[in-house]
Write a protein that binds this ligand. Structure first.
Ligand code: SME
Length: 170
């Protein structure tokens, strides 16, 4: 399968546009939450430059539990309100951290990580988990990444049934 590769010539927005088209094609006819999240993490890891971790955490009670990912072995459980992931989940807001060392309570899974973005997964008003991306580069994620990744999560949620892999907090 052809996977979009970002090149210096391609603008960030063009890369995200291609990524969104590719995701829509990938999800047609498939609503399995584990399969779609796994393919999405692989696609993002390959298509976006300067990443060292991409993956999902799904809500189980008051904790986020590790889901499909690409990158090094990661911590398995994160309490709501803890770290960047728990903060984004609890606040139901995308969190962009330009320097993880300056974020109080940041949970370091890979010592190489320097910046991070976490997008909450909210379907029909219910919190299901988060998408987390880490980079070894300081301030890797800007407003274009924020918008591109929120749209990517929206596409995933539109096409996918998560009832068997995540609790949902109303
Ligand atoms: N840094 C995250 C933990 C997850 S790993 O980056 C994969 C956090 O502070 O929540």
């Amino acid at each position: 399968m052809h996977v979009v590769q970002s090149t210096p010539a391609a603008s960030k927005m063009a890369t995200y546009r291609q990524l969104h088209e590719q995701m829509s094609a990938l999800f047609v006819g498939e609503r399995n939450g584990l399969a779609n999240a796994a393919n999405m993490s692989a696609l993002l890891y390959e298509a976006l430059p300067n990443l060292n971790w991409v993956g999902f955490y799904f809500l189980e009670g008051r904790e986020l539990v590790l889901g499909p990912f690409q990158g090094k072995v990661a911590c398995v459980r994160i309490a709501l309100g803890q770290g960047v992931c728990g903060t984004a989940a609890e606040g139901r807001e995308t969190v962009v951290v330009p320097d993880v060392h300056a974020f109080p309570g940041h949970i370091a899974c890979d010592a190489a990580s320097r910046s991070e973005i976490v997008v909450p997964l909210i379907q029909n008003g219910r919190l299901l988990g988060v998408l987390d991306l880490d980079s070894p580069q300081l301030a890797r994620f800007d407003h274009e990444d924020r918008a591109g990744l929120i749209t990517a999560v929206d596409l995933l949620l539109l096409h996918t049934d998560f009832t068997r892999i995540a609790d949902a907090a109303a």
